[in-house]
Design a binder for this molecule. Structure first.
Ligand SMILES: NC(=O)c1ccc[n+]([C@@H]2O[C@H](COP(=O)([O-])OP(=O)(O)OC[C@H]3O[C@@H](n4cnc5c(N)ncnc54)[C@H](OP(=O)(O)O)[C@@H]3O)[C@@H](O)[C@H]2O)c1
Length: 288
């Protein structure tokens, strides 16, 4: 994997065949990390949440009782022509390095927020505890694995799935106050924790972020899908986008990474990091 941005001595040194610089880009063993697969520890360092999660423009205004603010990042993959899935799944447009970053972002998160359709289509399972992140998570005061929070109005989900019955950390269901009581009861019976974050059927994105922070979850990760991400963008609660650009063209009319009605004024983000492996670009943008 290579770091293309920020442009460092490392990048310049590689391009000119010179000696790598002293910017911390070398591995502890003295090898240049441009030339080899990055370890999960290095990726975790590269993708660390802002200190105190969150940064200066935290999503929800006033900090919680601990003085921390939530930081909501999204992790999405897109083809060159903007497709966010192929044949209903993101796996065909992903890669091994993309999955390492996907796993790293989960390893750093308190909770993974995901739309119900992605859960249904991708067959979501509970996040697992990974040895590689155990020490890091313990030091950060996190449990062994992130919880999953499913966003749903209908609660039309199969509550007999391991996602609900046997996660390491109870799965949350974010829904509206008007959700069907029998579906709420079924979810709770299966072991899920239902969080009301909207007055009607739907979830209000800002209220959802606040509700998670109220439960002590500040390092938030959303994995989409596009319909959910579009609402997070529109509500102005998205702090960061980790976007993998897959070197593929699929044509067709697959969804883009964010759907729904367009925002009145495009949201501006700035590039903070760009990595490359095997033609896949791993970008990291934060809102300005
Ligand atoms: N490229 C990528 O990185 C990526 C990432 C994720 C998913 N995907 C792909 O995207 C597709 C699925 O995405 P999608 O956009 O169709 O669906 P989605 O965003 O995953 O889920 C939409 C569903 O989430 C619930 N929902 C969304 N907003 C809500 C709100 N404000 N309040 C209450 N519930 C809300 C609703 O569930 P109910 O219907 O239960 O009410 C809605 O039907 C799949 O093909 C998947 O492979 C790609």
């Amino acid at each position: 994997m290579r770091r293309l941005f920020p442009v460092t001595d490392e990048t310049a040194a590689r391009a000119s065949g010179g000696t790598p610089g002293r910017d911390g880009a070398d591995g502890a063993d003295g090898t240049d990390r441009a030339d080899r697969e990055w370890g999960l520890e290095e990726l975790a360092e590269a993708y660390a949440y802002p200190a105190g999660s969150a940064g200066p423009s935290g999503s929800t205004g006033s900090p919680g009782p601990s003085g921390r603010q939530p930081w909501l990042r999204a992790n999405m993959v897109s083809t060159l022509d903007g497709a966010a899935q192929h044949d209903g799944r993101s796996q065909p447009i992903s890669s091994a390095a993309d999955m390492r970053i996907f796993g790293t972002l989960r390893g750093l998160a308190d909770i993974v927020v995901v739309g119900a359709e992605t859960v249904r289509q991708e067959g979501y399972r509970p996040a697992r505890a990974r040895e590689d992140f155990a020490a890091l998570r313990e030091a950060a005061g996190q449990g062994p694995a992130p919880a999953i929070a499913v966003v749903s109005a209908s609660l039309d989900l199969d509550f007999s799935l391991p996602l609900f019955t046997s996660p390491l950390v109870p799965t949350l269901l974010l829904t509206g106050a008007a959700a069907a009581p029998d579906r709420i009861a079924a979810a709770e019976k299966a072991g899920a924790q239902v969080v009301i974050a909207g007055d009607g059927m739907g979830v209000d994105p800002a209220r959802a972020v606040r509700a998670l922070a109220d439960r002590g979850m500040y390092r938030l990760l959303t994995e989409g899908g596009p319909r959910l991400l579009g609402q997070l963008v529109a509500a102005g609660v998205l702090d960061e986008l980790c976007l993998t650009v897959s070197p593929m063209l699929t044509a067709g009319d697959a969804q883009r990474i964010a759907g729904g009605p367009p925002v009145a004024v495009p949201r501006r983000f700035e590039l903070t990091s760009l990595l490359e492996e095997a033609g896949f670009l791993f970008s990291r943008y934060r809102r300005t």
